[in-house]
Design a protein around this ligand. Structure first.
Ligand code: URA
Length: 211
């Protein structure tokens, strides 16, 4: 395993991912499974968030507990498929702030072009989790991280459901300081840039726009 890459191999995650991949899975089921997977993966992704001690009173006694340190966590969806991961993550971290990065691929240069960028304030005091279900070439993730890094977040993590060796190598080469969390590392990319075996176009399957 490449350093900085964590494969979340919890049996529930792997079971649901297999159901998600199946071409017979309906849009309704795909949404439900992606939501459940995103919530489950959030436990691993947030495992090392810093905590701070707080004084509290229970109905019985004064005691000390812990809270997640700093300002609210930020979830950043890379449009459009990243939206599919937000709801599941927000069910576990309901107070998180949300940013969006919109990128499309210029068909002449094959490079991502930004059409939308909106982040919460005070990124330097926040831990940022960037989400996109598929890490294919890695070019969109690199462009999104380049932009987000300019705001100097306290920490950055990248989360995807399915990745491939090409995307991981590209993202690690450009952003070696950003840990990658994924549920699977597949064989590779086909000539159309799809991950094999993958699950097809995550955005089309989540939004029901498959032709
Ligand atoms: N984006 C997708 O939605 N699926 C892939 O396989 C690759 C990129």
């Amino acid at each position: 395993m490449a350093p900085g890459v964590e494969v979340i191999d919890h049996p529930l995650v792997q079971h649901k991912l297999t159901l998600l991949r199946k071409k017979s899975t309906s849009t309704l089921e795909f949404r439900r499974l992606l939501g459940e997977l995103s919530a489950l993966m959030t436990y691993e992704v947030t495992r090392d968030l810093p905590l701070r001690e707080v004084a509290i009173e229970t109905p019985v006694a004064a005691t000390r507990g812990v809270c997640i340190d700093g300002k609210k966590v930020v979830l950043v969806a890379i449009l459009r498929a990243g939206i599919g991961i937000l709801d599941g993550m927000l069910s576990v971290v309901p107070g998180a702030r949300v940013g969006h990065v919109g990128l499309y691929r210029d068909e002449a240069t094959l490079h991502p072009v930004e059409y939308y960028f909106r982040m919460p304030r005070d990124l330097e005091q926040r831990d940022v989790i960037v989400v996109d279900p598929m890490l294919a070439t890695g070019n969109s993730a690199i462009a999104a991280l380049d932009r987000i890094k300019a705001g100097m977040p306290r920490s950055l993590r990248f989360v995807c459901l399915v990745s491939c060796p090409e995307g991981i190598a590209n993202l690690r080469a450009h952003h070696p300081d950003v840990p990658i969390f994924t549920a699977a590392i597949d064989q590779g990319l086909n000539e159309h840039g799809y991950i094999v075996p993958g699950l097809g176009d995550a955005g089309d399957r989540y939004f029901g726009t498959r032709m």
